[in-house]
Design a protein around this ligand. Structure first.
Ligand code: C2O
Ligand code: CU
Length: 464
């Protein structure tokens, strides 16, 4: 296809695309993804949300490992946006962080992306601007390993949903006098943030969604009895950690954040904000098998249903009998990467404190709070260890852009854990991660709780 023909097909945003048209010399046509408004049904009520769709309506995108990430992103929203490819390791100028990697895309604007996909796995894409992620401006991003297993793939993306404007949610957090958990008085309206007990949820949501649906009207997937299923679960919630409950099924955890681990069998797995797990399972008998995601510290659940052909699906209860516990660090300590980092002493060790403001809803990293972002200089080629020292009363899902890191230490216990891109740092806990500085640029490290990030819990790592 000629470049001009390709541009014609790209339509409205093609002029802007000329600026970033890396695939002009490349191979295939790019996958076209639009950031756009859409309407979903939540409890019988129309909800205006956002999404990331291809021309044929497919939400998100799929690629083959070893191929290139060739995407033409068009902004069809009435406001500027930019999309981050969470978990991928692109060159920094394609990372989708406004002001760090590239400017915001104005309404009607478009931009081309083209970089090598280094690893297969379960990733996702989401807005990295303001509070847009809360409007469901997020979608699955799957990189297939191409091994052609005889298994049925089911992607399950989780969200927390509110009919309120995210700006209003944030304003109520910052202005209601609500205090971070460790501060005197604890969270107004939440109470019980007693010493030693973590505070769990900042925001009360109207619904928890699995593939955009509530448990009252869940997606039902038919699976052959005895057939193998590969479940890719993505926690795309802005401010919610979940427990994945398989009920009567036993699953094999085979990957976290897209990277393979030594398999762990279980029926319950923790999944912090922005993390992913891949589970392999079989339906042992004919019947109906709900897969639930239960909010940590709460009874509320969402999920979808697997069933064998013809099995009738009864209505599911959205509120469980008992509240799920908090996610805990032991989960992480069980994980071992299938492809760990090469053993090597650290060349640099950064200790980054996670802090909360005394009297307001303010979260910080490395001593800075909202309004300032601490920058850390590292050097190319180094093995870097970061010690996240959590001095707050909440756990924080800490994410590093542009790299995969290995979890090396949890609360003083050293082990060679999973390779991943987001780790939950327990309240008052310490977690050490290690990575190789092999992708020069300025990279964000931040808490993936959207409101914590908005309130200052972010930093920048820089090297050239
Ligand atoms: Cu999911 Cu800064 O990213
Ligand atoms: Cu946080």
């Amino acid at each position: 296809m000629s470049i001009s023909r390709r541009l014609m097909l790209l339509g409205a945003g093609s002029a802007a695309l000329l600026a970033g048209l890396p695939w002009a010399v490349g191979i295939g046509a790019p996958v076209q993804i639009s950031a756009e408004r859409r309407v979903i049904d939540v409890r019988g009520r129309a909800a205006g949300v956002s999404g990331l769709r291809q021309l044929d309506g497919t939400h998100g995108a799929r690629f083959a490992a070893g191929s290139r990430f060739q995407v033409a992103l068009t902004n069809r929203l009435p406001e500027p946006t930019l999309i981050h490819w969470h978990g991928l390791r692109p060159p920094v100028e394609q990372d989708g962080v406004p002001g760090v990697s590239q400017p915001l895309l104005p309404p009607g604007g478009a931009h081309g992306y083209d970089f090598a996909l280094r690893e297969s796995g379960t990733y996702w894409m989401h807005a990295h601007h303001g509070l847009q992620e809360q409007t469901l401006l997020a979608a699955p991003l799957i990189v297939e390993d191409g091994e052609g297993r005889d298994e049925q793939e089911v992607v399950l993306m989780l969200h927390d949903f509110s009919f309120r404007d995210p700006a209003e949610i944030f304003a109520s957090l910052t202005s209601s006098g609500m205090q971070p958990a460790g501060a005197a008085g604890g969270h107004a309206g939440h109470g019980q943030a007693a010493a030693g007990v973590p505070h769990l949820n900042d925001v009360e949501f109207d619904a928890y969604l699995a593939n955009d649906r509530t448990l009252a009207d869940p997606e039902v997937v038919t699976v052959e009895r005895g057939g193998q299923v590969r479940l890719r679960i993505i926690n795309g919630a802005s401010s919610t950690n979940f427990w994945i409950e398989l009920g009567a099924l036993v699953g094999e955890l085979i990957a976290v954040d897209g990277r393979p681990v030594h398999p762990v069998m279980g029926s319950r797995f923790g999944l912090a904000m922005s993390q992913r797990i891949d589970l392999r399972l079989r339906l042992p008998s004919p019947g109906v098998f709900p897969l639930l995601a239960v909010r940590e510290g709460d009874r509320r659940a969402t999920g979808l249903v697997l069933r064998t052909p013809g099995a009738p699906v009864a209505r599911l209860e959205e509120n469980l009998a008992e509240a799920a516990p908090a996610l805990f660090a032991l989960e992480e300590e069980r994980l071992r990467a299938l492809n760990p980092l090469a053993e090597r002493p650290a060349d640099r060790r950064l200790t980054i404190a996670l802090t909360e403001a005394e009297a307001a809803y303010g979260w910080g990293m490395g001593g800075e709070v909202a309004g300032a972002m601490r920058e850390y200089e590292i050097a190319a080629g180094e093995r870097v260890e970061i010690v996240f020292e959590n001095r707050t009363g909440m756990s924080h899902p800490m994410h590093l852009h542009g790299h995969a890191f290995q979890v090396m230490e949890m609360n003083g216990r050293r082990f060679a854990g999973a390779v991943r891109d987001t780790v939950l740092v327990p309240h008052q806990g310490r977690v050490t991660i290690a990575f190789d500085a092999d992708n020069p640029g300025a990279w964000m490290a931040h808490c993936h709780n959207l409101y914590h990030m908005a309130a200052g819990m972010m930093a920048l790592l820089r090297y050239s």
